[in-house]
Design a protein around this ligand. Structure first.
Ligand code: ADP
Length: 230
């Protein structure tokens, strides 16, 4: 089957990751994933505000996801909406199990994801970028968290749906993993799949995550081998 952009069923869109791109954040990352363009920034660990959210035995993780008005075809109304709140929540759930939260009691790690161009799969690209930004900030983690979706288009289970495929597709299933623990930390599904297709999609998405993982590691290697970014 030929895909809209000529990819094989198990092929990711082209992905470029740069660590440490923002001077004023403690850690940062820029990712281009197909036509998605996303910045991730990490602040902290720092004091918890408001104070009553503080935990005695560990840090809290706050995740903000924002899509710029010019990031999509029809201008998006600025500001948070239900979708942004949901994505903030699932990003938190995907990332927290990888972070050694108990190292930082009574503190807060603040994460911002800014989508400046969107083309489907922004939550996966966002999670991927944030975990590189966390590593760039020097926050101790069990592992990076690569993320990638699989879905179903024209009756076929395929990897990493682009926007046109997402629009016409039957299902989309974003997945994130902690490779070293062989643990899934994000699994959502939109649409309909048979039991067998669910299995296929999870396997395919996890294989995609492994490829994304290598690109994350390469990006961090490049940064710490001395490459400079303005
Ligand atoms: P994800 O980006 O994680 O795949 P969704 O499945 O909710 O999340 O969205 C799929 C795609 O739809 C987004 O990547 C974006 O390209 C587009 N999209 C999302 N919200 C809007 C919006 N408010 N206006 C226009 N396009 C949107």
């Amino acid at each position: 089957m030929e895909r809209v952009d000529g990819r094989r069923f198990d092929e990711l869109r082209p992905i470029k990751i740069e660590a440490g791109v923002l001077k004023r954040a403690d850690g940062s990352c820029y990712i281009e994933w197909g036509k998605n363009k996303i910045y991730a920034a990490v602040y902290g660990p720092k004091k918890v505000l408001p104070r009553h959210l503080e935990k005695d035995d560990r840090a809290i993780l706050r995740c903000r996801y924002n899509m710029a008005p010019f990031s999509v075809e029809e201008r998006k109304r600025p500001g948070p909406d239900r979708r942004a709140v949901e994505i903030g929540k699932v990003m938190q759930g995907a990332l927290e199990p990888a972070i050694l939260m108990h190292y930082y009691p009574k503190s807060m790690i603040e994460i911002s994801v800014e989508v400046v161009q969107a083309n489907a799969g922004t939550r996966c690209a966002g999670i991927t970028a944030v975990s590189v930004a966390l590593a760039d900030a020097g926050i101790p983690m069990r592992d990076l968290v690569p993320s990638c979706a699989a879905g179903k288009v024209d009756g076929q289970v395929i990897l990493d749906l682009a926007k046109e495929e997402d629009n016409s597709g039957e299902a989309d299933m974003p997945v994130a993993i902690i490779p070293r623990l062989n643990q899934i930390t994000l699994l959502q599904m939109d649409g309909k799949l048979t039991e067998q297709e669910v299995e296929q999609a999870i396997t395919l998405a996890m294989q995609g995550c492994q490829q994304v993982y290598q690109l994350q590691i390469d990006a961090l290697r490049r940064k710490y081998a001395g490459a400079e970014y303005e």
